[in-house]
Design a protein around this ligand. Structure first.
Ligand code: PEP
Ligand code: MN
Length: 322
């Protein structure tokens, strides 16, 4: 952290340095010129409280933070999937027990470890299907028991967390709720991994700021890039941003290759792109009969198409090893 002290505030420098000495456990003063103080090695979480005190000392001065200092907790968040490239597939929404169990049995037979398990759906229109709601919890419980699949379930409000937590292994925060700060704070308390989607049109700063709320007490965050469809008409997954987040912060980043794909033909190439960009995995929507899907049938893939995607991913990873 660099503080460039405004000349009008230089008289406060000595008092400030005395304060720094008291904080020695949390940071290390690296060097100081007459008008520049460089503070290094700020311990996790210390920067936040400190920043407001620095601002109080030097309201006119310039405070320059590195990227990691701006998001001290989110930048430290770590989550590791069991596999190098994880796949979280499942329907857009659980429609009924029978078809969901069929999908679960298929995913298990394909060696999958996770399944999408949405029972609360964030819909633009109040007249659209809103998900099975709490009635769906029994299905989540059954799928875990029977197939030992880890369930990834979206919640829309803090009041849904307690009950859903009993049957869900990973909470999903959808694009529509990336800035639902009450929800993010509540998820920070759960101790379960949180899959945080980037909202359409949100930039890196918006995304990491939202993650910062979760990371206060929960460092298991999976960043999920879902593209900008809904904000820009052509959608498009921002692979550059996803890869940058991995490179600069070593975070766990996956891509939702369905919601911004503008049709199922784009899903397969997007899976390869996610692997090529070095991401940690993908999320995608699958349905036994996409044309009959209650929600998002246009981009869901059927079982055969899913198998093909797995094969092309395998081929791609073999090519890389050659
Ligand atoms: C979803 O994954 O079910 C979903 C609603 O997607 P998004 O939040 O990205 O629109
Ligand atoms: Mn969907």
């Amino acid at each position: 952290m660099l503080i460039r002290i405004n000349s009008a505030e230089l008289t406060r420098k000595k008092a400030f340095l005395d304060l720094l000495k008291k904080e020695r456990g949390a940071l290390r003063l690296c060097f100081q010129k007459s008008e520049i103080i460089d503070i290094r090695e700020i311990k996790k979480g210390a920067a936040c409280g400190f920043l407001s005190r620095i601002k109080a000392f030097f309201p006119k001065s310039e405070i320059m933070l590195s990227e990691k200092e701006k998001f001290p907790m989110a930048a430290e968040s770590r989550f590791k999937f069991p596999r190098k490239f994880e796949i979280i597939a499942g329907p857009c929404t659980i429609e009924d027990r029978k078809s969901y169990m069929k999908t679960a049995a298929f995913l298990k037979s394909m060696g999958m470890g996770y399944i999408r398990a949405p029972i609360f759906k964030p819909r633009q229109s109040p007249y659209s299907f809103q998900g099975l709601g709490e009635k769906g919890l029994e299905i989540l419980s059954e799928v875990r028991e029977r197939y030992k699949l880890k369930t990834v379930s979206e919640i829309l409000s803090p009041c849904q967390i307690k009950e859903t937590a009993k049957y869900c292994d990973m909470f999903q925060v959808g694009a529509a709720n990336m800035k639902n700060y009450a929800l993010l704070k509540a998820l920070s308390e759960t101790g379960k991994p949180v899959l945080l989607k980037r909202a359409q049109g949100a930039d890196k700063k918006d995304w990491l700021s939202s993650a910062e709320y979760v990371a206060v007490k929960n460092s298991s965050i999976i960043f999920c890039e879902r593209g900008d469809f809904g904000f820009f008409p052509e959608g498009g997954i921002n692979f550059n941003l996803a890869a940058k987040l991995k490179r600069d912060f070593s975070l766990c980043v996956i891509a939702d290759i369905s919601h911004s794909s503008l049709g199922r033909e784009m899903v397969s190439p997007a899976a390869i792109a996610a692997a090529a960009f070095g991401l940690d995995g993908i999320m995608l929507e699958i349905h036994e009969n996409p044309h009959m899907s209650v929600v998002d049938g246009k981009h869901a893939v059927n079982f055969k198409e899913f198998e093909k995607i797995l094969k092309s991913l395998e081929k791609f990873s073999k090519c890389l090893k050659k």
